[in-house]
Structure formats: C-alpha cells, structure tokens
Design a protein around this ligand. Structure first.
Ligand SMILES: NC(=O)c1ccc[n+]([C@@H]2O[C@H](COP(=O)([O-])OP(=O)(O)OC[C@H]3O[C@@H](n4cnc5c(N)ncnc54)[C@H](OP(=O)(O)O)[C@@H]3O)[C@@H](O)[C@H]2O)c1
Length: 361
C-alpha cells in the first residue's frame, strides 16, 4: 500500500492529501458509537492520514478528537500524538453577527484548544454567514491576534469564492487555505477560485469529493432515491446531483468512474477523489468517515494514477452536465433557496439548532 501523499500549506504545516472529515461524527449521519469512533482514529494516523478536519460547530467532534489525541499521547508518547494535525473552523452564529466581539473570537479559539487538548490549532477556517452584517474583518483580525499569541498556526477560510477571500487578503491577511465543495459533480471552484488561489498561494481543501457517499459503489445501478433522507449529507448532495443533471447522467458518471477504477483495480470512490486531487491548486480532499471501515478503499486513492485516456473519458461525461453553476457556495448562500433552507446557522452557541426550513424563518 502506497503511503498517502502530503502537502505543505505553509512552512512547517504539512497535511496529508486525504484529510479525515469529522462532520459525520456530529449527528444526523447515522449512529455513532463514540468509543469505536475514537479508537478507529488511530488507524488513520498509522496509515498516514494524519490530518483531521472538524469545526467549532460540529457538535461533540472537537472533544472526540481531543480524547483521541490525549489517549494517543498517554499510550504512545508526544512524538506520535504530535503527528496529528487538526484543522478546525470558527463560524459565529448568524443571529449573533451584529454583537459578535473580538473577545468572542478568542473565547472560541480557547474552547477549541481545550476541547482538542492541544496547545496550538494548526488551521482555523473562518466563515461569516453574512458579510453585510457585523464586522467580519475585525473578527479575522482577532483571529490573527490569536495567531500572534501562538494559539493558532495558520488562517484559513470556508465556502467563499475569490472575490470574498480577496476582501481578506487585500486587507493583509495571509490565508493559507480555503475549504470549498469541489468534486466531479461540483466544479464551481475551477472557474474563478482555483486560478485566483494559485496566484495568491491559497491552497484548496475540497469537501464533497464522495458527495456524502453518493460517489461510491453503493449507488451504482441504484434507482433514484428522491430526497427523503434522514442523513443530512445525502439531502445536501442529492440537490447537487440535481444541479449536475438527471439521475441517468449521474449513473453514467458512476459507470464511467467504475470502468476507470476497474482498469486500475481500485473502487470508483478512489477514482472520484483522485480526480479532485489532480485539479490545479487542490491540496487535499477531506473524506468524511465515522469509523475506519472504509479506510482500505480510501487508501487506494494513493495506489494509482489517472491516465489522459481516463481523464478524457470522465471529461466526456462531465461535458454533458448542466451545473451546478455560479460561484462557490452561490446556490447555498440563498438561505431561502432549496440548498440554503437545509442548513443550520446557529450551532456555535446552540448545538440543538434546527435546519432553517424547519424553523420557517
Ligand atoms: N465547510 C463545509 O461547509 C463542509 C461541508 C461538508 C463537509 N465538510 C467537511 O468535509 C468532510 C467530508 O464531508 P462530505 O460532505 O464531503 O462527505 P464525503 O466525504 O463526500 O462522504 C462521506 C461519506 O462517505 C462514506 N465513505 C467514506 N469513505 C468511503 C469509501 N472509501 N467508500 C464508501 N463510502 C465511503 C462515509 O461513510 P461513513 O459515515 O460510514 O464513514 C460518509 O458517509 C466533513 O466531515 C467535514 O469535515 C465541510
């Protein structure tokens, strides 16, 4: 088995090019056995997937990763525990943007450090739900002061296209990474963001590479399930498939990924992630996992290379797709649209927050 590739976001900040995603441990994604989920994290680190993505708003997940790191430190020593690179997020609640203070920023950073049981957050990815409300630049300034105090190594952002991130880089902030949805189904990031990010030394960290599990064998040849899922990711990504094309085109894509994978002896999920990793300026793919059960298939991503013929075959299917169109997170930014209605906007102070549609506001 080939070891996962790595990438330097900034000097001294090395990540694995597949990052273990933590959202799936936060609830609404099927059962989570906490003890098993924590124990299984070690298999990722030992396999070379040393970078973990979480968020201040992923309920209970920073604590789980913290429990894992503390246990690893205690059993295997600081050198092994220090291999774990954690990237979290800072996402103030929508309802608090006007009153959100610079002290609130440091309090969230301190809370993340305490939950994660580490002395420095490697990357904090900032997001502000509505730039027309409150003071986003001041909040990022407060995060930079946390960086100067040694509490944060590098700054990142979430779910913004180039024009929004430029707002921060032009104000003098060094943005090491931008986390965005980027997959064979959703190539919005390729339009403006990737070229701009290349010019500005901002690394892209992609999520949605497996479309919440849709880009796996599980859905190959399966009938259209509609939209009635209790798993929040499947609703989110079923909407993205709808933008991509009809269910038949999605099935053609799965068949093509499967044919390419068969040629290399890897699952179609590995082809889907490899395709993203090969796109300009993509530093890593964040692959969500509750346990280590998919880890052997995930590691296959590093066992092969796509050929020009493979890429052309996949490209021929993508050429038939109608979307999603527009900027990164553009569809999702309409809180009353079908992509925006299914999100929760106030998880920072309210872990029991409901989806926007359910609240009817
Ligand atoms: N910034 C944002 O707005 C944002 C949004 C979404 C996600 N994210 C980040 O990205 C991470 C990934 O989330 P995602 O939405 O992009 O989901 P994803 O990685 O596209 O899909 C994750 C799902 O695929 C399954 N899976 C993982 N590896 C597999 C494999 N090799 N074969 C078959 N199934 C496999 C997992 O199953 P199990 O659950 O059984 O392990 C999980 O249900 C999140 O955890 C989070 O860290 C960020």
């Amino acid at each position: 088995m080939t070891k996962p590739e790595t990438m330097d976001l900034r000097p001294g900040h090395t990540i694995s090019r597949v990052i273990k995603g933590g959202w799936q441990l936060a609830g609404d994604h099927g059962d989570v056995d906490r003890t098993t989920a924590i124990a299984d994290m070690e298999a990722f680190v030992d396999a070379g997937i040393t970078t973990f993505d979480c968020a201040d708003i992923y309920t209970g997940v920073e604590e789980m990763i913290g429990a894992f790191i503390a246990d690893l430190r205690q059993r295997r020593g600081a050198e092994v525990a220090n291999r774990v690179v954690v990237q979290t997020k800072l996402v103030p609640d929508l309802t608090r943007l006007e009153v959100f203070s610079q002290a609130d920023v440091e309090a969230i950073v301190d809370r993340s450090l305490q939950r994660l049981q580490i002395e420095r957050l490697h990357l904090v990815q900032f997001y502000w739900w509505d730039m027309s409300r409150g003071h986003a630049l001041d909040a990022l300034g407060a995060l930079k002061r946390c960086q100067e105090k040694g509490k944060v190594a590098n700054l990142g952002v979430n779910n913004w296209d180039a024009d929004s991130i430029a707002h921060f880089t032009e104000a003098g902030f060094d943005i090491a990474a931008a986390q965005v949805q980027y997959s064979v189904l959703d190539r919005r990031a390729a339009q403006t963001l990737a070229p701009w990010a290349t010019e500005n030394d901002v690394h892209l960290l992609s999520f949605g590479t497996l479309a919440g599990g849709f880009l796996t064998e599980r859905w190959l040849g399966a009938p259209d399930p509609g939209f009635a899922f209790s798993n929040r990711s499947l609703i989110k990504y079923r909407l993205i498939i709808d933008e991509f094309g009809d269910w038949n085109l999605f099935q053609t894509l799965l068949e093509t990924l499967n044919t390419v994978g068969a040629r290399h002896g890897v699952p179609l999920s590995a082809v889907a992630v490899r395709w993203v990793l090969d796109q300009p300026q993509v530093a890593a793919a964040i692959v969500g996992a509750r346990y280590a059960r998919h880890l052997p298939q995930t590691l296959k991503i590093f066992d092969f290379a796509l050929t020009d013929a493979d890429r052309a075959e996949i490209g021929a299917v993508l050429a038939q797709s109608g979307g999603p169109k527009g900027p990164v997170f553009g569809l999702e930014s309409d809180r009353n649209g079908r992509h925006g209605r299914i999100m929760k906007y106030n998880l920072n102070t309210n872990p029991d927050d409901q989806i926007h549609a359910a609240k009817g506001d």
